[in-house]
Write a protein that binds this ligand. Structure first.
Ligand SMILES: [Zn+2]
Length: 368
């Protein structure tokens, strides 16, 4: 996203908060939502600033934000700039979780499901793609720390944030532990399992039987499932996610549209598609001409869609920007509100919380 002057941004947020005073967001990555200021602060705190190519927020944004349509690979590469700074460091993980609650309040996101890989924030395991310093901060410590940060933030900013734990496509060996953590923290705000990372071509994507087994086991244990699929990959990946991994929601899912049978099934069964409009253009998951964006088709055909940010720190967006972008592609306020109701009905909150959210939404927007 191009840079917007602070006054202009504040005006946009105020306007959209007035029109949409209760938002629900289902697809955002915790590591992808860290504030640039926080990364710089943490780098200072850890004595890492000297060795970094970016010494302040402007330089950070210059290096990290993807400003023109490129690829999912390039977007994921941006994480390499800051993950080594925040990973394995308890203060950072706790602060990021707390701050996402404050950011929710700023944009009137009253219910959010935030996702993350416990392994990517840990230091007891390290990802070969990032130069992390090995340490003793385990994936389990990460979940506990995120929960602690979220609890503080939720209390302070009066928002509700549940979490989804991500398996990574390039690390099937982490999946079993992710499932175990989902089970252990099921009653403490961890509501679902996901798989994120680079999406491969069908046949290669989730052909790892271990991964499929983990998702089926999750279903057996009453753990909700969402799967990144059909973002840059084809409709086949979405079909595999539904049939082999028992996904209840699909992260992105734009390319479902290319398989008429699958698309009809998604409409008929009201499978929820977590659309991330700005992200989809920047990763070239969708065509740059936003008047051809699949979200327009989703609205027209009665698909169960929602509007989300994905990775604000690397895209330079907020949920307000994504709503504005949806409006620019021709969605009406009613279409956007429909997306909020869809998100509320397809969220993984407890039945009781869900009822409360839908009741609030109906009070504000009328029945949808
Ligand atoms: Zn995502």
């Amino acid at each position: 996203m191009e840079f917007m002057a602070p006054e202009e941004e504040a005006k946009l947020i105020a306007e959209f908060n007035k029109r949409f005073p209760y938002k629900v967001e289902l697809h955002v990555h915790l590591d992808g939502a860290v504030r640039p200021e926080t990364v710089i602060d943490i780098a200072k705190e850890r004595g890492m600033l000297e060795s970094l190519p970016h010494k302040n927020v402007d330089e950070f944004n210059r290096d990290v934000i993807v400003t023109k349509p490129s690829s999912l690979e390039i977007m994921l590469r941006s994480f390499g700039y800051f993950m080594p700074i925040i990973s394995g460091y308890k203060n950072a993980v706790s602060r990021i979780a707390y701050e996402i609650c404050e950011d929710c309040a700023k944009h009137k996101i009253k219910y959010m499901e935030v996702r993350y890989s416990p392994h990517l924030f840990a230091s007891s395991v390290t990802d070969p793609e990032f130069e992390q310093t090995p340490g003793s901060f385990t994936p389990r410590d990460v979940v506990q720390t995120v929960n602690e940060g979220l609890a503080r933030g939720m209390k302070e900013f009066d928002v509700k944030v549940n979490s989804i734990l991500c398996c990574m496509t390039n690390r099937p060996d982490w999946s079993k532990e992710v499932l175990e953590l989902c089970k252990e923290f099921k009653d403490q705000g961890v509501v679902a399992i996901d798989i994120a990372g680079q999406e491969f071509e069908p046949g290669k994507h989730y052909d790892d039987c271990e991964m499929k087994k983990v998702f089926r086991e999750a279903a057996k244990c009453g753990i909700h499932r969402t799967v990144h699929a059909g973002e840059i990959g084809t409709a086949k990946a979405v079909q595999e996610a539904l049939d082999d991994m028992l996904a209840e929601r699909i992260g992105h899912g734009y390319h479902s549209i290319e398989d008429p049978d699958l698309y009809q099934r998604i409409i008929r069964d009201q499978v929820h598609l977590e659309a991330c409009p700005i992200s989809s253009i920047m990763t070239k998951a969708c065509e740059e001409d936003h008047m051809k964006h699949p979200l327009r088709e989703f609205v027209k055909h009665g698909v169960n869609y929602s509007i989300n940010t994905d990775d604000p720190v690397v895209l330079g967006n907020t949920l307000t920007d994504d709503y504005k972008f949806a409006q620019d592609m021709g969605l009406t306020d009613n279409d956007i509100i429909r997306g909020i109701f869809n998100a509320a009905r397809s969220c993984f909150a407890s039945d009781e919380d869900k009822k409360k959210i839908i009741k609030e939404l109906t009070k504000i927007y009328g029945p949808h």
